[in-house]
Design a protein around this ligand. Sequence first.
Ligand code: PEP
Length: 252
Amino acid sequence: MRKKLVAGNWKMNGSKAMVESLLKTLLAGAGDSDSVEVAVFPPFPYLQRTQKLLRGSSIAWGGQTLNPASSGAFTGEVSAAMLLDFGCRYVLVGHSERRTLYGEKDADVATRFEAAQLAGLEPILCVGETLDERERGETESVVRRQIDAVLERCGIDSLSSAILAYEPVWAIGTGKTATPDQAQQVHAFIRDKIRAQDDTIGGQIRILYGGSVNGSNAADLFTREDVDGGLIGGASLKAGEFLAIRNAASRG
Ligand code: PEP
């Protein structure tokens, strides 16, 4: 039985006041983590406050990216050890915005994934196709290539302490969600692919869906067999909406 995870990627949004009020509302409404886990991914400057507010609660937190180096002359970057210093459990790697806006290639994503795990963080590996790729019928080959880059560098066992997020690029921030059938189809493809290498890891790994999930469409997505929760962008900035998604996951 895989416990669902609802993860909120705040991207470059927020302020001290917003962090304070959003996290306090989530703390009041998130309940225990028996049926569903909740995690938030604030911008780096707010991790310290996040740690202070969430420590000892049922809500986990993580970084939105990391630099694979442990320290050095990498202006503007943040290491895995720094994220751990602020109590992060998770880190996102390979988010499509990192791939498209900052040129992170499959190999860069694999390096970050490895650095995160070596340091003791749990990476959430994001994969997904663009609209052009979907229309050309390349969804599976793109997702396979993105996962294989990590498998080639880190091996199948690395997926026993990682999470996957299928996020079709055409659905991120567009209001266009994949239908539950479309999501399930790709999630099943991913799980079968991993199962072919290791049946246990394939059966246990959590695969989140991301792309315009909100309080109204979450329930349908979460009833699908291989959808183990969501990576939520825009809707994670609104406490009511995010908690509605969390509640949908606890029923799904
Ligand atoms: C995301 O950025 O991971 C995401 C899924 O964004 P949104 O929910 O806004 O589409």
